[in-house]
Design a protein around this ligand. Structure first.
Ligand code: AMP
Length: 367
């Protein structure tokens, strides 16, 4: 069994590493010469539409992706010759914030109020109906808080329009959330579904800082409702693979923000924190293997290493701390690695998180 992966960043690297013990071979396509998945598996350093590279991918058993903005032209060529999971239709939905939110609402999943914005008049009208504060985001290609601006008063319309520079956009009502929570699930080729406990996420400067799982304040009933939403999305898209939906928690409601049709940073803790990781189940799902177990008995936290990797020797050799350094060259705001901590109780997890922060720094304090 051989799986082709579009994109060769750290997600591709961790997918390739999860495939090995399953006896599944991998090959990644990524135009970047130094794509880090190339450190652990075969890397085709070629353009997305390079005929020879696409031919090699088409010769695998199934193709999946770790990067959602692959040109549709490349995927359209591949689907003729090889199964691609999740299906390209899923990427179209998740790639456009308006299509995505309409899908959520159609399937009974609550979102913030929103309106498309293609002109100044649209924005003024949207501010009238949605109210302020609100967030203007580009419809496409936004991630890690890029391409978005908060409007607090009517005069902010000017600067907001400048910030998105004429790109198609969406205005969203600002959700006064208590916390951010993501839910990850995997769906197999036969429709089997497994989900991990909800993960609580803290962002700093729009980039994920720390995830804790299971999320403290998400009741079984609330998780069940979120999973019902994911199940509806996955059934609708005939989805195969891992899907994540990011929610805002407001009291005992979960308001969907966005989804990603791939493994996700907020699921990295599953490598050590769950019997089967998101990477293992992504490979299992697309390869048609039975999904691994996702029920957890421990508490986990994942801390991102952003921009630079500090000396980690003080954390080495511990049985409850796991260091992941992706081998990427340092750059401001770049995800270079992560540290996962596991504990038997929520209280001891917090103690261990502080021990890790003492070594790697706590970005929420320096921000
Ligand atoms: P996104 O790119 O949609 O994931 O947004 C990045 C971050 O901005 C989120 O993780 C939230 O912290 C914040 N954010 C985005 N949309 C909203 C919203 N409608 N209300 C409140 N905060 C938001």
């Amino acid at each position: 069994m051989k799986v082709g992966i579009l994109g060769g960043g750290q997600l591709g690297q961790m997918l390739a590493m999860a495939a090995k013990p399953l006896d599944v071979e991998t090959v990644v396509l990524d135009p970047a010469e130094d794509a880090v998945a190339g450190q652990v598996t075969r890397h085709l350093a070629a353009d997305w539409t390079d005929p020879a590279a696409l031919q090699e991918l088409a010769a695998t058993d199934v193709v999946t992706y770790e990067f959602e903005n692959v040109p549709s032209e490349a995927v359209e060529k591949l689907v003729v010759d090889v199964p691609v999971h999740p299906a390209p239709a899923a990427l179209v939905k998740s790639g456009d914030r308006i299509i995505e939110k309409n899908l959520f609402n159609d399937l009974g999943i609550e979102t913030a109020p929103f309106a498309p914005v293609d002109s100044r008049e649209d924005l003024e009208r949207a501010v009238d109906t949605i109210g302020l504060p609100a967030i203007l985001k580009t419809r496409r290609f936004g991630y890690d808080g890029k391409g978005q601006v908060v409007l607090r008063e009517p005069a902010d319309v000017e600067s907001a329009l400048d910030a998105i520079a004429g790109q198609p956009a969406i205005l969203e009502g600002f959700v006064p959330f208590d916390r951010e929570v993501s839910v990850l699930a995997a769906r197999g080729r036969d429709g089997e579904l497994k989900y991990w406990p909800a993960t609580e996420n803290v962002h700093v400067d729009g980039i994920l800082h720390i995830s804790r799982a299971p999320a403290a304040e998400v009741s079984n009933a609330l998780l069940a409702e979120a999973v019902r939403g994911l199940e509806a999305v996955m059934a609708h898209l005939e989805y195969v693979g891992v899907l994540v939906v990011e929610f805002f928690q407001v009291g005992d409601r979960l308001v969907a923000n966005e989804m990603a049709c791939r493994v996700h940073n907020s699921g990295h803790w599953t490598i050590e924190g769950a019997p089967a990781s998101q990477f293992e189940n992504q490979i299992r799902a697309v390869a048609g293997l039975p999904l691994g177990e996702t029920e957890v008995e421990r508490f986990s936290a994942m801390i991102n290493l952003i921009g630079e990797v500090p000396p980690l020797d003080r954390l080495e050799g511990r049985e409850d701390v796991f260091l992941h350094v992706y081998g990427k060259s340092p750059r401001e705001g770049r995800k270079l690695g992560h540290v996962t901590v596991v504990a038997e109780t929520r209280e001891s997890l917090e103690v261990k998180i502080e021990e890790v922060f003492a070594v790697v720094g706590d970005r929420s304090k320096s921000a």
